[in-house]
Structure formats: structure tokens, C-alpha cells
Design a protein around this ligand. Sequence first.
Ligand SMILES: O=P(O)(O)OC[C@H]1O[C@H](O)[C@H](O)[C@@H](O)[C@@H]1O
Length: 618
Amino acid sequence: MASVSGLCSSSSTFKPDKFTRKSTLFSPIGRESIAFLNRSKFLERSSFSAQCVAGEVPVSLSAAKNGSPAEKRLLQKDPRELWRRYVDWFYQHKELGLYLDVSRVGFTDEFVAEMEPRFQAAFGAMEELEKGAIANPDEGRMVGHYWLRDPSLAPKSFLKLQIENALEAVCNFADDVVRGKIKPPSYPEGRFTHVLSVGIGGSALGPQFVAEALAPDNPPLKIRFIDNTDPAGIDHQIAQLGPELASTLVIVISKSGGTPETRNGLLEVQKAFREAGLDFSKQGVAITQENSLLDNTARIEGWLARFPMFDWVGGRTSEMSAVGLLPAALQGIDIKEMLAGASLMDKANRTTVVRNNPAALLALCWYWASDGVGSKDMVVLPYKDSLLLFSRYLQQLVMESLGKEFDLDGNRVNQGLSVYGNKGSTDQHAYIQQLREGVPNFFATFIEVLRDRPPGHDWELEPGVTCGDYLFGMLQGTRSALYSNDRESITVTVQEVTPRSVGALIALYERAVGIYASLVNINAYHQPGVEAGKKAAGEVLALQKRVLAVLNAASCKEPVEPLTLDEVAERCHAPEDIEMIFKIIAHMAANDRALIAEGSCGSPRSIKVYLGECIVDL
Ligand SMILES: O=P(O)(O)OC[C@H]1O[C@H](O)[C@H](O)[C@@H](O)[C@@H]1O
């Protein structure tokens, strides 16, 4: 059994894999090779890019600036010109084996030039952010997720120490669990076999994406997630564990330590432990901010372990903190490699030359394609099953960061960039029809993985053709088919799905979101909108309590006092909430907390609700 400490050791150096047949196209083309191509008679770069949008002079930035989506003209279709553009804008990170192709996005040289000052300002803001500026002004916080993969960047020595100590604690704890040094109390001879992660949003999406992408077929601990307050979903996860609940490590993740869904999940799991005669505290781990409600609960109840979350790391950028690293390490994933990949990508994204900065290139494409106002959606299409959850992960990272009502100057902008997608080629059999021919309200992002199978495992299902060749062909075919109908796309290519390439992908998009947010002048690091939903949910529950009190009082009368819906609303002092009161009663009735019998016409007005003995004439 590989010990986690081995996985946490930085001894494993990344060796760029030998290229598979397909990737000869990507035999190490360095910038010098591209420069050579540029100098060749074949590529006259100066004249090319300006012509990439066919027709008269393309719409300038001003058309995009005023919020009206700039009408995109037909895209360049001449293969020679396209190859010229492909080479001209090709980005390659040799050490990571990561490539970025933005040639199928029709931005012009004029646009790039007009955006240059904004990019320089964005690079400056990012540099200040990494130095510890209050980059989240609405919450008065620093933004420090980049320090997690390079603690030397932290602006204070105590922060550096906190990061290093947390990483060491994660590695040591996971190592002790995987090697059976820390055992489940009722399995003294055994060891933990499962992880049950309880968390939601950024406290779940990163761990879920990484588990799906990187967990080995037979991980030291198999992971399950409770990421919602759906009782049936919770029951399903607990049922799936069965008797192995006794050998399950429960990790409760919540930065705030007070998220209702996570708290409910914890209470439900603790109930299951009680019913199984198990001591939850011996199998419970908390990952939360110090002194949060969850942290204090875990401390007072003496849980197995507690790991810190820092206020300068947002939920949607917490994968490189204990939130993501502990679950990953327990599954035998090399978290040091994840951190290394992210760190290398961060370094690449610190250049202030747009065309050499992959995150800036993504932000440039996003701005051009969606006119800087989110006029088109980002469709994320990884052509690799294990990256299925990448788009779901990016939905929070991109939309919770960019989907803001006001900009930093207080102007109402209703910004955003919508993200959806699952995986190719599967999605070609679902909605690519609309992408190819329907409303042109998107740009695609293909995630290409060159390595189809581990070395030596490939086989030809027909002479000279493998399954992976089909996948490769489907990606390229879809890219071409979309482009030929003037649908733009970006392609991000990695050699294979490894902890390092996944770390790099996460870092790439974290930085692209940060740069794009600067371009559109918004705070990417707060989420005021989610508070509104939480507050409204609290009001519904408070109203429900009042409804229950009124119905119970009526059901205690002799004889029982039947109430109309209007009377219930009156007694709740909430006549304006009559519709919500009906929904509350209907939900209670559907869960045997009230009995509904169809009245004469079956419409809401005629349903009789029995709460216990109480009959409510609706
Ligand atoms: O980690 P927690 O504090 O429980 O928060 C979980 C999630 O809650 C909210 O929805 C926030 O908008 C997310 O950014 C966060 O990831």
C-alpha cells in the first residue's frame, strides 16, 4: 500500500510522457519553432490576424463596451489562414504538457490592442492581490488561494506557517489513516475503508471533481458525498455504506461552519451513527474556520481531527486547501503533484505579455466572445469521462465569481458568464444539434486529453483505429463543425489526466476568472446574492413554524375546529403569504405530517387537510 506520505513527497518529478501517435502534432513545438513558422513564407503574421474576421473592419471594442453584444461577423474559413492563426496564437507550457488553442475565436489585432491597457491593469491588480492587498473589498478580505501552492508568496510569515502546518497536518493524518495507524474504534484490526464528505458548494464541488478525475480504481478509502439537505439523498448515501459506516471517516466541511444543508447532513449522519451504536466523535473530522460553530462543536465533542480553513480562501477556490487536499490524499491521490501543477500554472500566469499568459488568453477570448457582458454562454466539453465534473466545478468558480449585480464603482452591471456542459462525445448525442445549428448564444471550450489509456493498454478495434481515435476524431470533428457554422471555440489540451494536470487546470481557470473580473471591473471574491436565498429560506421555515402552531392549536379544540386557508393565514398574521402557506401545508401533507383528502373538485380550494384530527378546508 503506497503510504500517503510517499504521495505527499515531492520526490516524484514530472516526466513528460512519451507522446502518443496522435500527439506527434504536438511534438515539442517550442516558441522558437513557431517563430520559425512565422518567419516562413507561409505565415505573414502581420497581415493575417487583422483579417481573421472576414468582411469590413471588425466591430471595435466600443461596440462591446456599450453592453450591446457586438455582432460577430463570419469567421475566417481559409485553411491556410487558419493554420497561420493557429500557429500565431498557439500557447504551450512544455513542462506541464498543456496547450491552449484560441485560434477559433475571432478576436482581431485591433481588439487585442484596445484591451491591452485593461490587461496591464488586471496584471497589476493580480500582483497586488498576491502581495496581500484587500482584493475582496466588499468583505474587507485578502485573497490568498495562490499562496496555498506557494506559501513563500504569503505576505506575512505567520500566514506562510499556517499554510505549511496545515499541509503537513493533512499529509500526516491521511498517512496515518491510510496505513491503519488511526483505526476506526469498532474495527481495531482493520482500518478506515470509506470517506463520507458532508459539505456543499465550494466545500463539495472541488473534492467531487478531483475524486472523479483522479481517484484510482481501488483507492485506499472510497469516497461518498452528502452535498445537499435532501433526506432521500442522505438516506441513499448512508444505505450505500451499510455496515461499513463503522469503518467510514466522516469529513464535515464548511468554511462558515454554519451552512444549513451541511449542518443538517451532519445531524442526519450522527443520527445514523447513534442508531448503529457507533460513537461519531471517533470517526468525525471537521474542516472549517477556527472558532466557527462547526469548529467549536467538533472541539467540544472531541472529534478525531480538525483542520483549518482560512478567511482569505473562498469556498470556490479552496480545492488546494485542506478542503480538497484531505479527501484527495485519503483516496491515494498525490496532492503534492496537484499543488505543483497549480504552482507551475500560477508562475506561467504572472507574465504580463497577454499572448504568453494562458489565463489572460482565456479572459481575452471570454471578453471577445461574450462582449464583456456575458452575452454568450461558456459550454465546457471535456472529451474525457474522468473530467465529467469539471464544468460543474467551473459553474461555481465562474458564475459565483462573475455573476454580480454591481461593479466596483457601484454601477449596476448584472455581469456574469454562464457555464454548462458535461462531456464529449456524449454531449454530441444530446444538445450539440442546437450548438451547431441553433441559437448562436455560446462559445465552446474543448478540454482535450491526448493520452487515451495508460501505456500498453491500447488496442485497435479495427485496423489502425482505437477507441481513443474515435474520441479524438469526435472532438476535432465537432470543433470543425461548429467553426464552419461560425461558432467559436477554445481548446485546452493536456497530455493526460494526472494530479499535476488537474492542479494546473484548476489554477488556470482561477486566474482567468480573476483577470476577467478585473477587465469588467467587478469583485470576483464575494457572493452577496447567495445570502438573499438563505434569508428567504429562513423566512419560509419561520412561517412553517407558525402554520404548525395554528393547526395544532385548532386540532386540540373539542370538537376539532376546521380552518379555512384564509383563517390559517389570518391566525399566522400573514394573509399576504396565503400561497406559501398552502405550499407549506401541501408539503407537510405529502410527508404524513398532515393528511390531504381530495375535496369535490380537486383544486387547491377544495382539498381538505387533516393535521392529526384537524380538518382544514382549503
Ligand atoms: O463552506 P461553507 O461555508 O459551508 O459554504 C458553502 C457554500 O455556501 C455558499 O453557497 C457560498 O456561496 C459558497 O461559495 C460556499 O462554497
